[in-house]
Design a protein around this ligand. Structure first.
Ligand SMILES: [Ca+2]
Length: 305
């Protein structure tokens, strides 16, 4: 199975946790990684360093588009293309080499070379929307998109969609099969103190670095992105139903909110390309996640002896 990961790694620790989870599988191929939103070069350096520490130095990392289509502020913060993300550790990441090629061109090439590429998006949808706009035939080759984003039942403007509502609207309505893993289910996947302690006992350079990044992030570990990545590899923990999602692009308060146009009353049809998450086996997933990272850590220590 072949995967492309598009990530805004560097802020919320869950992107780094998703990358750890990806590295814990022996039987998948990470074809490439691209970064999105704000300082994408710094984000790419973080991803590349973690892949090197996980004995996957061959996986190439490409900086994508940092500037959203129209958004200039997200949740009252100005879009900032220059500052370093919160979990960036200069002594570890400054000297890391990433690819010169841009993310859109790299993903285009990967899709031309692979007929069965699954794309996982863990941040704003800017890169994928640009690909759809500039190379629609190539974008249509994406086998399936797994999207972390939206809040359907929770009354929230979810972050990834709010970062670039115009991009999200393009992607959610594109004729590409997709599963949307929403905040409604990911919020239920929070590690408890005991599980975080288990991760803190891991002493490979890789897991220790992610724990150090988490200290900088300074909040708990909610597994939004790891759940999305796990579902892309195997739909084990989430249940889905058809949906028809539109992004609110106007409004003083509602811009970035995602509306499910499916309803029982007016008989609106589902989007045949789209499924949305409805429920999650959250306890099974958090246990599975901690086990996977525990064994990744063990394998890295064994490999390095
Ligand atoms: Ca993310």
């Amino acid at each position: 199975m072949k995967f492309w990961i598009d990530t805004d790694i560097g802020g919320d620790i869950d992107d780094a946790l998703a990358l750890l989870l990806a590295m814990s599988y022996d039987d998948i191929e990470i074809v490439g990684v691209s970064t999105v939103f704000e300082n994408t070069v710094a984000r790419a350096k973080i991803a590349k360093k973690l892949l090197e520490m996980g004995n996957k130095p061959h996986v190439k990392v490409y900086a994508g588009i940092g500037q959203p289509f129209k958004a200039t502020t997200v949740h009252n913060h100005r879009v900032d293309l220059v500052s370093y993300p919160k979990t960036y550790i200069p002594s570890l990441f400054d000297d890391v080499q990433i690819e010169d090629l841009g993310a859109i061109e790299a993903l285009k090439q990967a899709l031309e070379e692979n007929d069965d590429l699954v794309v996982i998006t863990l941040g704003a949808l800017t890169n994928i929307a640009y690909l759809i706009n500039s190379h629609p035939e190539t974008a249509a080759k994406i086998k399936k998109l797994y999207i972390m984003g939206t809040a359907i039942w929770l009354n929230l403007n979810e972050f990834n969609i709010s970062c670039d509502p115009e991009a999200a609207d393009i992607v959610l309505n594109a004729p590409i099969p997709k599963a949307v893993i929403s905040l409604d289910v990911t919020f239920k996947c929070q590690l408890n103190n005991e599980q975080i302690e288990t991760l803190k006992q891991c002493d490979s350079e890789l897991v220790k670095t992610v724990i150090a990044m988490n200290e900088l992030w300074g909040e708990g570990m909610i597994l939004h992105d790891p759940l999305t990545l796990s579902e892309a590899i195997n739909e084990n923990f989430v249940t889905y139903e058809p949906g028809n999602l539109k992004v609110e692009l106007e409004g003083s308060y509602s811009r970035g909110k995602v509306i499910n146009l499916m309803d029982f009353n007016w008989g609106r049809k589902p989007n045949p390309f789209l499924h949305i998450s409805t429920a999650v086996k959250n306890e099974q997933f958090t246990e599975f996640f901690v086990k996977k990272i525990y064994y990744l850590n063990k394998r890295l220590l064994d490999d390095n002896i």
